[in-house]
Design a binder for this molecule. Structure first.
Ligand code: PEP
Ligand code: MN
Length: 340
């Protein structure tokens, strides 16, 4: 970090800042300018208390230089993280091949799930999504089938080879969901549930971490850091849209985050154009845009009968739409030197 002193700051105040830095285990480099003095802190200051310095007499501002996250950053690991999804199809996220994770918003019924699983596999998906525990805005809305839903997902995996991606909402659900799922999804509403982040960091299944509805990129990265710092390196970030003033779509899908994450992090980034737009007719084009922007994977809601879906029918595409979209996505992937 850089500590910028006020123009009126005297030697005593600069010395005090130097003392504080040394107390923190850091070294200092004092730069005496013609207008004011600047003190550069030398050493890893990510975990140090910048507020104490900001409060010291004669200090104008403290400017961090290092990102506050470490294990999620490219400064620490330059090689890209490739996450194996599980299942028997050998799908990965973060390598040359772009992953398609597809399936219903929620698990509703065994036969319908198995039918749609076969269809998304046919279209080229390597993983099946579907919520058994659903975070719903209304307590009266369908909350998911719980463990029964997880069993249906596991059966669909056994029949198709698709990996299963499903949400875990609470710390105490982690062992149960990890028993059936290949990838644990931490939903947008739980991105800052730090106990849950620790709990998924303490187990071995890969984690799909969704960006919070109003989380900044830095907060998103720090949430990933929570998981990795507990010993689970297999984190996939997922942009699912943020809340803005805009009303024509359910959320605003900020795709610039894709190249930005590649710039600052080694973690793969998956895009969810279903929650990201809220409208099925917008999903295929946003899939295309996400691939063009460099996304490592897509997670898309697919339903055989969207009109009768129990959750998120308006944003669910049909297996047929998925198939035709995939044909175009393969061309876009090739154009950006990827495969799909
Ligand atoms: C979902 O994937 O259906 C879901 C609820 O996602 P999010 O947490 O992004 O809203
Ligand atoms: Mn949904």
């Amino acid at each position: 970090m850089i500590i910028v002193m006020e123009s009126s700051a005297g030697k005593e105040q600069v010395d005090h800042v130097v003392t504080l830095l040394r107390e923190m285990g850091l070294k200092e480099h004092v730069i005496q300018g013609s207008e004011r003095t600047v003190v550069a802190a030398i050493g890893d200051d990510r975990a140090k208390d910048k507020d104490a310095l900001e409060n010291a007499p004669g200090v104008e501002k403290v400017m961090p230089v290092l990102a506050p996250y470490k294990m999620a950053s490219r400064e620490v690991k330059t090689q890209r993280t490739v996450v194996a999804l599980g299942g028997t199809l050998g799908g990965t996220v973060g390598g040359k091949k772009i992953a398609m994770i597809a399936g219903p918003c929620s698990v509703e019924d065994r036969n319908k799930l198995i039918e749609v699983a076969h269809m998304v596999k046919e279209a080229g998906a390597t993983a099946l999504r579907g919520g058994a525990f659903k975070p719903r805005t209304s307590p009266y809305a369908f909350q998911g089938l719980g463990e029964k839903g997880l069993q249906m997902l596991a059966e669909a995996r056994d029949r198709t080879g698709l990996a299963v991606v499903t949400e875990v909402m609470a710390v105490e659900q982690v062992p149960l969901v990890a028993k059936y799922a290949d990838v644990l999804q931490v939903g947008a509403r739980n991105m800052q549930n730090y106990n849950l982040l620790w709990a998924v960091g303490d187990q071995q299944r890969p984690v799909l971490l969704k960006r919070g509805l109003s989380a900044t990129l830095e907060e998103f990265m720090l949430a990933a850091e929570y998981i990795i710092s507990r010993g689970n390196p297999n984190v996939m970030l997922c942009e699912r849209g943020i809340r803005t003033f805009e009303g024509y779509c359910r959320n605003t899908l900020p795709l610039a985050i894709v190249p930005e994450i590649h710039r600052i992090s080694h973690l793969p980034i998956v895009v969810d154009p279903s929650q990201g737009t809220g409208h099925a007719h917008l999903v295929p084009d946003m899939c295309k845009a996400a691939i063009a922007a460099g996304a490592d994977g897509l997670i898309v809601e697919v339903h055989n009968d969207p009109e009768h879906a129990l959750t998120d029918g308006a944003q669910s595409i049909t297996p047929k739409m998925l198939e035709s979209t995939m044909a175009i996505l393969r061309k876009i992937a090739a154009a950006v030197d990827r495969e799909m």
